[in-house]
Design a protein around this ligand. Structure first.
Ligand code: NAP
Ligand code: ZN
Ligand code: ZN
Length: 348
């Protein structure tokens, strides 16, 4: 088994620290990727700190991976050595259930296999290990093609933050004139703003951070609401067609449901530790709905990457060395990042 350098959490309280891990031998359909950049998603923090339960230690987080193909298995047809590729949140699924067969493998009936903290499907009993690492070995069907470009570090966050916001905005048919509010201007939220603007929507950012007013405008948003408290949203009752909720911390849905006009949709992607509250009266008014969404399929992720390449859409990033990961987590929790940390894996 090849041994590679990585960074892992040893338990829910410990810092992320160096660890050598085993990668599986290259199978006939596997692609060996030398990792160049890995984005830092808030899900990495939730998992490293066991905020959702179910973390098995040691865990190597990281699922916004861009790198170069270093080796390919004998039966690989989609990728060649030297090619630039991406690996996102999902590295496998059952491949035979109706959802897998219909390009919804993120909703695989057996549950998709996450890039970290999931059981490998090859029966080894081992856990998947993510992108805070020198290399990863992934089945070619779950590897994305990245077109050659200068800003590969700015592409990495598209593999999670990008697809997770692109997919529900598409599902909700956001287009020219749709009144969209994005709540929580973090890694996911800022990508949601970029996509909603690219789709022609009228976009409002709702944020708790006064320091983000100017940037929201630079991202293309048309309006900004500073959510100091529940009262600050009252004047906007029934004003939006779509509200995308990308908040990582505990909060109630009701104040955001109240923002929706007739048949408005609350798109939920944020996954806080504790369950939010929903008032049924806020739901029945205007025949509102709450729609959850988990990443996107491999097909849709490729479509999103190609869309971003065509429209020159990248994440706004701050590049960090691997050794700064713990400080980066603390800054993310404080909201002190505009808008995504990306680890330069050459510093590993
Ligand atoms: P992030 O970069 O840390 O951004 C989260 C944002 O939430 C912050 O920038 C902040 O925005 C807002 N926020 C934080 N605390 C808040 C509070 N107490 N009240 C109101 N707003 C608050 O996180 P991320 O990486 O974008 O991830 C966001 C969430 O999506 C996480 O829970 C993550 O696990 C989840 N996620 C879901 C999927 C999926 O498939 N559904 C995929 C990836 C991630 P402001 O400063 O603008 O207020
Ligand atoms: Zn993520
Ligand atoms: Zn399946």
């Amino acid at each position: 088994m090849p041994i590679v350098k990585a960074y892992a959490a040893a338990d829910s309280k410990s810092n992320i620290a160096p660890l050598s891990i085993e990668r599986r031998e290259l199978g006939s359909h596997d692609v060996q990727v030398e990792i160049m950049y890995c984005g830092v998603c808030h899900s990495d923090i939730h998992t490293a700190r066991n905020e959702w339960g179910g973390t098995v230690y040691p865990v190597v987080p990281g699922h916004e991976i861009v790198g170069k193909v270093k080796g390919v298995g004998s039966a690989v047809t989609k990728f060649k050595v030297g090619q630039t590729v991406g690996v996102g949140v999902m590295v496998d699924s059952c491949r035979v259930c109706p959802n897998c067969k219909n390009n919804y493998e993120q909703y695989c009936k057996e549950g998709m296999t996450g890039t970290y903290n999931a059981l490998e499907r090859n029966g080894s009993g081992k856990r998947t290990m993510g992108g805070y690492s020198a290399e990863i070995v992934t089945d070619e069907n779950y590897v994305l093609n990245i077109k050659e470009q200068e800003n590969l570090a700015g592409v990495a966050p598209l593999l999670c933050a990008g697809i997770t916001t692109y997919s529900p905005l598409k599902f909700a048919d956001v287009k020219k004139g749709t009144r969209v509010a994005v709540v929580g201007l973090g890694g996911l939220g800022h990508m949601a703003v970029k996509f909603a603007v690219a789709f022609g929507a009228e976009v409002t950012v709702i944020s708790t951070s006064p320091s983000k007013v100017a940037e929201a405008n630079k991202l293309g948003a048309h309006h900004f609401i500073l959510a100091k408290d529940a009262d600050s949203l009252k004047p906007y009752d029934s004003s939006f067609d779509v509200v995308l909720d990308a908040i990582s911390a505990d909060h109630d849905y009701t104040q955001y449901l109240n923002l929706l006009g007739l048949e408005g949709k609350l798109l939920v992607v944020g996954l806080p530790e504790h369950n939010p509250k929903v008032l049924p009266f806020a739901l029945i008014k205007n025949r509102r709905s709450i729609i959850g969404s988990m990443i996107g399929s491999i097909k849709e992720t490729q479509e999103m990457l190609d869309f971003c390449h065509e429209h020159k859409i990248y994440a706004e990033i701050e590049k960090i060395p691997m050794g700064s990961i713990n400080e980066a987590y603390e800054r993310m929790i404080k909201g002190d990042i505009k808008y995504r940390f990306v680890i330069d894996m050459s510093t590993l």
